[in-house]
Design a protein around this ligand. Sequence first.
Ligand code: UDP
Length: 238
Amino acid sequence: MADYKKETLLYEGKAKKVWSVAGNPDLVIQEFKNDATAFNGEKRGSWEAKGTTNNTVASALFRYLESKGIKTHFVEQLSPNEMLIKKLAIVPLEVIVRNRAAGSFVKRYAAKEGMIFKVPTFEFSYKRDDLGDPLINESHAIAMELATEAEIAQIRTAALRVNDLLREFFAERGITLVDFKLEFGKHKGEILLGDEISPDTCRFWDAKTGEKLDKDRFRFDLGGVEEAYAKMLEKVTA
Ligand code: UDP
């Protein structure tokens, strides 16, 4: 295995750092931090093993999705908290797919939490922390040149396919996939699935008990945050 050395810090976000790779301009390393934030950075916390848990969960899920034909930025898990990935020009859209009502959907429409959707929903938020990541429709995203119509069509198809695959993957492990957020980016002209898929970016409910096993435990001070993340790691890697 080649030796990939972190070179320059390119970007530091709320939960990850991104490093250039010495001698390899097409790849970067994402390093998962132990920090957690919610409500656009207003709430902060951190715990031991958060970074390694999310990295290991995301690596396993990317491997699984790749094995099913989804094109992702994943190359390999380099260490407990580092992932080698293809460098992307990120499309500034958060892509959200929902199987049940929760979170902002419940707030916006006064829907009953847990309402099962016959058909999954699909939406975009404009990735802009300073604006609070507002909901954006496709025509606005195209007008703003955040993505082309063809790219949006491709992202939608990929996101819904990811939903089918992950829903089945988690159902087999006794977990209901309520909703999740994806990010896509371009690498050498190709749209790839990027970022991470983890308890930070998905809602996972225990299929039997309804227990929340994701970042909502942190967001709403439900307790047992570390235990919930550990449980999801165990489910995904078992
Ligand atoms: N999500 C995310 N990052 C964000 C916003 C949402 O990963 O900046 C995830 C969130 O964890 C949930 C899904 O996307 O799994 C839908 O989130 P929602 O729109 O309900 O927003 P929230 O309730 O998090 O404000």
